[in-house]
Design a protein around this ligand. Structure first.
Ligand SMILES: *[C@@H]1O[C@H](CO)[C@@H](O)[C@H](O)[C@H]1NC(C)=O
Ligand SMILES: *[C@@H]1O[C@H](CO)[C@@H](O)[C@H](O)[C@H]1NC(C)=O
Ligand SMILES: *[C@@H]1O[C@H](CO)[C@@H](O)[C@H](O)[C@H]1NC(C)=O
Ligand SMILES: *[C@@H]1O[C@H](CO)[C@@H](O)[C@H](O)[C@H]1NC(C)=O
Ligand SMILES: *[C@@H]1O[C@H](CO)[C@@H](O)[C@H](O)[C@H]1NC(C)=O
Ligand SMILES: *[C@@H]1O[C@H](CO)[C@@H](O)[C@H](O)[C@H]1NC(C)=O
Ligand SMILES: [Zn+2]
Length: 927
């Protein structure tokens, strides 16, 4: 694996050369001063579309902690009139005017350095006032513009909104833009009186503007101390729906007026989950109000600004006629995530971005608990848990992955950290602790952590300490163990282990050993290494107790971090299987000896398989297929095991199987032996398809909600593989829709099958079918429906249609918003016909795409996923690697995504060479 190393060195040099100009070149702010309070006053101009801009003044009370001759803060692309800067001392022996003698800009770190006329003295407080101005940009971060079409008048309506996390507050006003500098904010917004102004806190006072006719100033209450990335404000003409619960803060949900009827669900759900958290954490929500607002142009999913939470429309707006159950669950999950941040993130904030997972991992995990509490009938906690684990099993099996807690030095690293490792892996390790500590000590530990660090910043060691104390108090952990030793092995180390379980059937014992699990099989044993503290839970065929997730033993690490093997006694004999890791509480794979696999296959295919916990059934499928992929188990074992799916009627095992089979299919469908795989999939899927009544609209008869998700997923596979009546029924639904007099009002396609029906109809349909759907896209008022359509339009098999669609996706004059282009691109690139087109488009236009996404370059990384999954020959891999090396300048900020793409491609190449024929043969045996 040399090339990866070479590649990293090359990129590293490029960065180093660009960054040595100023005398102070460290990437963090100097610590000689700190902000005590901000007064932020901003005038926003929305009247002239040619000149959307803002201008303001920030008055910062700055405390000197050491004597210093400069104040260094962040500012990015703001126009600052230096002659208007003032500085004076406001505390200390004698009050006196100071001033700023000169300024410097450090572009590399966005520093704005103010050299002071007189030295600032430790202990004194100064008032610094800076004017600033800029345009409301189109780049979806900082203080930016968004718009929507007023359907009554056909006029474009403009609004302004902020997106500061991680490092764009500096693009909106000069500030100390690091999460550790918390301070209260007093925000005052000026705007034309036809608009509403919103900020973190409630409005306090409104005054007419001193000179501009019809403009007003609205001053908001002083906020609690908070980090700059949580400041938010907006000027808009939105409508709102209040939904305040008794004895709770004012709660409002905002949207453009023609979408206000889509706010009901979020308005109802939000306050409920907020109340649940107040009780779960034992801490009241500290602000007098909370607003949630749907922004038409929005890059992330949502943003947890304290008291003013912003969302993409699809993550907040719900339409009973257009939003599928899967989308509704996602929506609830995003709202729950952002509201969980009001505690984890806003109240207690990570000290530095290294511990971003403390924000994101927590919000992700706590959101799952919140949604489960409010909608237990969804069984979404199990779904989320498994889905996170499935994602991380893949991501973290790459050598180019990174630890959960990760050193951060440049701004683009921060952005890249908002990835699945921080969110899903962070969440998975929290779930693991929850399960091995138990409810009482987990909750007590979290509560004391939150209380201790409220309005402050914390590092992961602080959390470990609170949890260790609680764990010992409630006897959830032996006194000789502490959380830090255990958890550091999960958060400071990249990857996760595979545990070999080798049973001694005569001696009724098993020997366990661990090493890092990697997809790249060319990495030698010595380079895998690693040791994880693993709580060992297990059950046997005789016992079948999957409820107990408390560890029966621990896999420990030695003093120097070396892994130690572990022997488990008192196991049954050769007639009974064992399963480790009940409910998949911990992130590891298990490789059994072949006799144990054989026993498991017997129970699954012939026995009482439903007594194995549903998550463990999903685990067995995932483990068997992974171990076969990397050659540590035979494909025959894996394929024989998943044969049992013909009996399976639950969502989670199918989800696990499809996730794995999808990967294989994306390679196989480009090879001569695909026909066997097709027949095999048909054989597996037909029973469940018939069991769920295929595409027939029998949803109203479904009792268990997750069967709806199962039906959605199965329908999708069934039509792709032309199972039974799937394709003709899909086409029939579509024809019925097309013959409606008003298809925008009336849609006979069952809500939860629209993905499949649209995609199948575009695949087998005519140009007119495509045009029909595109017209629906343009006319739709519901974000969820728009996304379904956008994805389905990529299902065409016509090269010219796909090529045209690619170009439309990146044409600003078309109806697709910038943040949504990715959906179209991915749909085309995952389509077997579109793949090569999309790859060529990407390579030919990489520079254009870079500029299109700039400065949120990380988004461009998502375009790479389809390539990573479909390239599987050495020559295509070489071609892509050379392309990447030549296009380095257009791929800045995507270093991590590129490494992972290349490594994934390489593992595909290895798989094709090593396993392709073996897998194909074992499938043919089963046909
Ligand atoms: C500003 O002051 C700090 C602390 O005194 C110092 O470390 C830093 O080098 C100064 N910055 C510049 C650009 O001189
Ligand atoms: C900086 O701001 C100006 C106008 O305020 C804008 O035209 C320009 O595109 C911005 N540059 C960057 C790199 O954002
Ligand atoms: C708005 O524009 C559309 C198409 O451009 C047109 O059909 C419609 O009549 C217009 N509506 C109003 C109220 O002007
Ligand atoms: C686990 O078993 C596999 C296959 O038998 C072997 O390649 C691997 O080295 C073993 N790992 C450990 C940690 O014993
Ligand atoms: C496990 O828990 C479930 C749900 O709480 C319960 O129905 C089942 O009986 C329990 N099983 C055992 C073996 O305790
Ligand atoms: C769907 O319904 C039709 C008509 O009732 C029936 O013939 C067909 O078998 C059903 N399909 C499935 C998969 O249940
Ligand atoms: Zn988050």
């Amino acid at each position: 694996m040399k090339w990866i190393l070479l590649f990293m060195v090359a990129l590293g040099l490029g960065l180093a050369a660009a960054s040595t100009s100023s005398s102070y070149s460290f990437y963090r702010l100097p610590t000689a001063v700190r902000p005590q309070k901000y007064h932020l006053k901003i005038l926003t101009h929305l009247d002239n579309p040619e000149e959307l801009r803002f201008a303001g003044t920030v008055r910062i009370l700055v405390e000197a902690l050491q004597n210093t001759k400069n104040i260094t803060l962040h500012s990015k692309n703001l126009t600052i009139d230096e002659s208007q800067i003032t500085l004076r001392q406001i505390s200390g022996e004698e009050k006196k005017d100071n001033c700023v003698s000169s300024t410097e800009v450090n572009q590399d770190h966005d520093f704005y350095v103010l050299n002071t006329c007189q030295e600032l003295l430790a202990g004194n407080v100064y008032e610094l006032s800076l004017p600033f101005a800029a345009e409301l940009n189109k780049q979806l971060e900082g203080y930016y513009r968004s718009s929507y079409k007023d359907t009554d008048t056909n006029k474009t309506r403009w609004l302004s909104i902020t997106q500061f996390e991680p490092a764009s507050a500096r693009a909106a006003f000069p500030c100390f833009d690091e999460p550790g500098y918390k301070a209260p904010f007093v925000v005052t917004l000026g705007f034309h009186k036809q608009y509403t102004g919103l900020s973190n806190m409630p409005a306090k006072e409104t005054k007419p503007h001193e000179s501009l006719a019809d403009y007003i100033w609205v001053e908001f209450d002083e906020s609690v101390p908070m980090s700059t990335y949580l400041v938010a404000y907006s000027v808009n003409d939105f409508a709102n729906k209040p939904s305040t619960l008794p004895n709770s803060p004012l709660f409002r949900t905002w949207a453009r007026p023609n979408a206000i009827d889509q706010c009901n669900y979020a308005a109802e759900f939000g306050p409920k989950v907020l109340q649940y958290y107040e009780q779960f954490f034992g801490i009241k929500f500290p602000l007098p109000k909370i607003d949630q607002i749907a922004i038409p142009d929005f890059n992330a999913g949502a943003m947890e600004n304290w008291g003013l939470v912003t969302y993409r429309e699809i993550a907040l707006l719900f339409s009973p006629e257009h939003t599928s159950l899967a989308d509704k669950q996602r929506l609830a999950n995003v709202v729950a995530h952002e509201l969980a941040h009001q505690w984890f993130g806003n109240l207690v904030t990570m000290k530095w971005w290294t511990d971003l997972w403390l924000n994101e991992g927590f919000a992700t995990y706590i959101a799952s608990l919140g949604v489960e509490n409010i909608n237990p009938e969804w069984r979404s906690l199990e779904q989320d848990s498994l889905s996170n684990l499935l994602t991380i099993f893949r991501k973290d099996a790459l050598e180019s992955s990174h630890p959960i807690s990760r050193p951060i030095e440049v701004v683009s690293d921060i952005a890249e950290s908002f990835d699945q490792i921080s969110y899903q892996n962070g969440s998975s390790v929290l779930r693991m602790m929850h399960m091995f500590l138990g409810e009482e000590s987990f909750r007590a530990g979290l509560q004391s952590y939150l209380q201790m660090y409220s309005y402050k910043n914390a590092e992961q060691d602080n959390l470990w300490e609170s949890l260790t104390q609680a764990a010992h108090k409630f006897r959830a952990l032996p006194k000789s163990y502490d959380i830090k030793s255990i958890m550091d092995s999960w958060t400071l180390q990249t990857g996760y282990p595979v545990i070999n379980v080798t049973r001694d059937y005569g001696g009724k014992s098993a020997k366990l050993s661990q090493e890092r699990y990697l997809l790249n099989t060319q990495i030698s044993r010595e380079h895998r290494g690693g040791c994880w503290w693993v709580p060992l839970s297990y059950t046997t065929q005789g016992e079948q107790d999957f409820n107990n997730t408390a560890p029966k033993a621990w896999m420990e690490c030695g003093k120097t971090g070396e892994s130690l093997s572990k022997t488990i006694q008192d196991l049954p004999g050769a007639d009974q299987w064992v399963i480790f890791n009940t409910q998949l509480s911990t992130l590891y794979k298990v490789n059994y000896d072949s006799h144990n696999w054989k026993l498991l296959i017997e129970t699954l295919t012939e026995g009482d398989f439903e007594r194995i916990h549903v998550i463990n059934r999903a685990q067995l499928i995932d483990d068997a297929l992974y171990l076969a992929w990397t050659g540590e188990q035979d494909y025959e074992i894996a394929m024989r095991l998943i044969e049992y799916l013909q009996r399976e009627r639950e969502y989670l095992p199918w989800k696990s199987a499809f996730e794995n089979l999808k990967r294989v299919s994306r390679i196989l469908r480009q090879t001569p032996e695909f026909e066997f795989f097709k027949r095999y999939i048909k054989k597996l899927v037909t029973p469940i398809y018939l069991h769920l009544n295929g595409l027939n609209d029998t949803f109203s008869g479904i009792q268990q909600q997750d069967q709806i998700l199962l039906k959605t997923m199965v329908a999708n596979w069934a039509c792709q593989y032309q199972v039974a009546d799937c394709v003709p029924l899909a086409l029939q639904y579509y024809r019925n829709w097309r013959s409606e007099a008003d298809p925008d009002e009336k849609n006979p396609v069952p809500l939860n099958l629209r993905n499949t029906v649209y995609c199948t109809s575009i695949k087998y349909g005519t140009d007119a079918d495509w045009e029909f759907l595109w017209t629906r896209y343009k006319k739709s008022n519901v974000a969820a429906e728009k996304r379904t359509i956008l994805t389905s339009l990529g299902c065409s098999r016509e090269v010219w249609v796909l090529q045209r669609y690619l170009e439309m996706a990146y044409d600003p004059n078309q109806a697709i918003r910038k943040q949504d282009s990715m959906w179209a691109f991915q749909a085309i690139a995952f389509n077997e016909v579109g793949f090569l087109l999309a790859k060529k488009y990407f390579m030919d236009n990489v520079n254009f795409l870079y500029k299109f996404y700039y400065p949120i370059t990380k988004d461009m990384g998502r375009l790479l996923t389809p390539f990573s999954e479909q390239v599987f020959t050495q020559s295509d891999f070489n071609e892509f690697r050379n392309f990447v090396l030549l296009s380095r300048d257009s791929l800045k900020g995507l270093e991590q995504a590129i490494q992972q793409t290349l490594e994934t491609m390489l593992t595909n190449v290895q798989w094709k060479e090593r396993n392709y024929h073996q897998m194909s043969r074992s499938i043919q045996k089963l046909l």
